[in-house]
Write a protein that binds this ligand. Structure first.
Ligand code: NOJ
Length: 721
């Protein structure tokens, strides 16, 4: 799609002007930025004020031959001024409308300062918590990632990109960046067409269908081909098969990185490969360093296609007609409304991992807050700009909320140090307290880009602190703040109640206290499995079955096994798929989470037990229902999840696959019916064994597992004929 204005510009542009439109440069100094824009640079990565952004736009509009405004890009990831919970936490809310609202609030803040393009949402399905970037995505599940990702795209872009509070979204990182070998950032990805189609491409397809304005190429290779040079995926799948007409933007220096990848001889080769493969905008400035002869490796049709896409985004954003923002209307600090939203979001993202009734706190008179996060302001998470509004401390929030209580604070251990000398003082301070709240976790800097870990336990001596507090016999709860699933096996059994609060943003501290005292209900669900051990990862619930599934964990033994006798009995006992030194399954599975309210649930039912394939293909669906009653005296949320089990298929199917979910608040005593439609899309999968991949539903028996967590879901049968 194009407009007369864009066509007219393309016809008048010189090759130099066209190449200028195809680059975005990082955080240039102000004078440099003006020079670059005067030379024709099309996009700037620019964390500046509205006034400075307007000044830069003025250079583009008034001091260049064609007066083309610049795109102002920035990583607005989970808030601009008001910082919301990290995306992994947002996924835990199982509340897409909340995710949309947070993105809309961030977009309004960003656009008011002149930002028009964000590099979010991250749609990398992440099944390896060693990878630090799991914090920036929506976890291990394809459906949850697709739903939350499209909600975020809608939040950023609104109904109309030219609207006052809208910015262009970028779905990233295309594709499979979430499956690096060893969980090490940027590492090689080698995967089958089957997993590529059924797992990694799906959320991007959903984002394209939702109108995402741009897609970012990933740093990794996919089966030997770096994504910045992957014509088959960037052009073949994204632009041709899916008809994506937005911008494919490179990741930071991803084009230059083709040299160390070992697929390009020099920069000219790299630029030629990348733009030839379908890249439209390079991030970093590589094309500036090339002469016309080198740039000629990209043919005119491809060059014009890329420039058209960039100019069309500027057109859709309304930049040609309104390049400037109203400086007086710039949002420079959180408003009461954005704070309230962030606080609600942080509370709704919290997951109650376990609780013996210690939570909510019962009007304590004397409380000890301990652990490195008790008096810390490190709640913002891995990715915020320096002007994100700071968070308060849990200690202050607790004192505000319980003005008549004696709230003591003593960290005991540092978050990273190997020094446990402060623990005895904590135990002394705990004496006489009604409850101890142990606030532990990972600093924000331990997750995010280039922040992979090989050890997933709490860093430093935090586990020692928990165990020591457990030993003193006073009721206590653990609050976790982290950006990835952790290994908690070394202390979890000692803790009566554990709240996973993630990195919750500007309002995290108040939200944590809201949940601790019961002003808010913790009803989040885990978006990623918590492993028992780092040796178990990658671990995810939607795995395929082996031919020898285990029913119990293994036992270490020195018995010599006669591998000649693999009879049925031996296979059942010994030759099954497990670790000899671990119980089966994760510590906490995907979808796990409790709450304070209690619920009774009926058996699930389907509107029809049998449906014809042709009808499904024609758009017919069945409805699966479950009645839920709030049996407690407090209002609370239930999160109903529907998992499909395709009992027999032509390929080994995942044992379960989330296809629908809904979170609702029920008043005390209230009964409600949750109903979800299950149709072709939910029952099908991609077959990749023919020349062209095909999405199919295969007739046969399906079980729909319905419930409040994965492990407690109850099956109901559906037959497709
Ligand atoms: C590198 C990251 O991978 C990407 O997600 C981000 O948008 C760019 N840097 C720009 O900061």
């Amino acid at each position: 799609m194009t407009t007369d204005r864009v066509q007219d510009l393309i016809a008048r542009m010189t090759p130099e002007e066209k190449w200028g439109q195809l680059q975005i440069i990082f955080r240039p100094h102000r004078a440099d930025a003006e020079d670059l824009v005067r030379r024709g640079l099309g996009s700037v990565f620019w964390p500046r004020s509205a006034a400075q952004t307007n000044a830069l736009q003025r250079v583009a509009v008034e001091q260049t031959r064609l007066g083309i405004p610049v795109l102002v890009g920035l990583d607005v990831i989970h808030g601009q001024r008001t910082i919301g919970p990290v995306p992994l936490a947002q996924a835990a809310s199982f509340d897409p409308e909340l995710v949309r609202a947070l993105a809309a609030s961030a977009a309004a803040e960003a656009r008011s300062g002149g930002v028009t393009w964000t590099f979010s949402p991250m749609l990398d399905v992440s099944r390896d918590p060693r990878w630090g970037r799991v914090v920036e995505g929506f976890g291990e599940d394809v459906h949850l990632t697709a739903v939350m990702g499209t909600a975020m795209v809608r939040g950023y872009q609104g109904e109309d990109l030219a609207g006052a509070g809208a910015i262009a979204a970028t779905a990233k990182h295309f594709v499979a960046y979430g499956q690096p070998e060893g969980g090490r950032d940027y590492n090689t990805v080698d995967l089958s067409p089957h997993r590529l189609r059924n797992v990694h491409l799906e959320p991007f397809w959903a984002a394209v269908a939702a109108g995402a304005a741009s897609i970012m190429a990933a740093f990794n290779t996919v089966s030997g081909v770096p994504m910045h040079a992957h014509r088959g995926l960037l052009t073949g799948v994204l632009k041709e098969e899916w008809d994506f007409d937005g911008i494919v933007v490179g990741d930071a220096d991803g084009v230059r990185n083709l040299l160390p990848h070992g697929v390009a001889e020099d920069l000219a080769d790299a630029v030629g490969l990348a733009f030839g493969a379908g890249l439209d905008v390079e991030m970093g400035g590589a094309p500036w360093d090339l002469d016309d002869a080198a740039r000629a490796r990209v043919d005119t049709a491809r060059l014009d296609d890329a420039v058209t896409r960039v100019l069309m985004l500027k057109e859709r954003l309304g930049l040609f007609d309104r390049p400037y923002v109203d400086e007086a209307a710039e949002i420079t600090a959180p408003t009461p409304a954005s704070r309230a939203l962030a606080r609600r979001a942080a509370a709704r993202s919290a997951v109650l991992l376990k609780n013996d009734g210690t939570l909510p706190l019962h009007a304590p008179r004397r409380v000890l807050l301990t652990g490195p996060f008790a008096d810390s302001t490190d709640h913002l998470g891995a990715w915020t700009q320096s002007f994100g509004a700071a968070a308060g401390t849990i200690a202050d929030a607790m004192r505000d909320r319980l003005p008549h209580a004696d709230v003591r604070v003593m960290s005991g251990v540092d978050v990273l140090d190997d020094d446990a000398e402060g623990i005895p003082a904590v135990l002394a301070a705990a004496r006489g307290c009604d409850v101890v709240v142990v606030c532990v976790g990972e600093p924000s800097s331990l997750s995010g880009e280039a922040a992979s870990r090989s050890d997933l336990r709490l860093p430093g001596r935090q586990a020692d602190l928990i165990r020591a507090v457990a030993g003193c016999g006073i009721p206590f709860v653990v609050v976790l703040e982290n950006g990835r699933p952790l290994v908690v096996a070394d202390w979890i059994d000692d803790a009566p109640a554990v709240l996973e609060a993630w990195h919750g943003g500007t309002e995290a501290a108040r939200a944590i206290v809201d949940v601790l005292v019961g002003d808010a209900e913790p009803a989040g669900r885990l978006p990623m499995s918590f492993p028992r051990s780092a040796g178990q990862v990658p671990i995810h619930y939607a795995h395929e079955n082996t031919g020898r599934p285990a029913t119990t964990g293994g036992t270490l033994t020195t018995d010599v096994v006669d591998i000649g006798v693999q009879g049925p009995a031996n296979v059942a006992e010994k030759f099954t798929s497990k670790y000899l030194d671990l119980e089966l399954g994760p510590q906490f599975a995907f979808g796990h989470g409790g709450g304070y309210a209690t619920f009774a649930r009926s058996a699930p039912a389907v509107s029809e037990g049998c449906v014809r394939l042709e009808e499904l293909e024609a758009g017919r669906s069945v409805t699966v229902t479950i009645d839920v009653t709030n049996t407690s005296e407090r209002s609370g949320d239930d999160v109903i999840q529907v998992y499909v089990e395709d009992v027999v298929a032509s390929i080994a199917p995942p044992v379960r696959r989330l296809v629908a979910f809904d979170r609702r608040t029920l008043a005390p005593g209230e009964t409600t019916t949750f109903g979800m439609d299950i149709g072709f899309e939910q029952l099908g999968f991609w077959r990749t064994d023919a020349a062209a991949a095909a999405f199919v539903v295969e007739p046969g028996l399906f079980r729909l597992h319905v419930g409040s967590t994965l492990t407690t879901a109850v099956p109901v049968e559906l037959r497709v004929e």
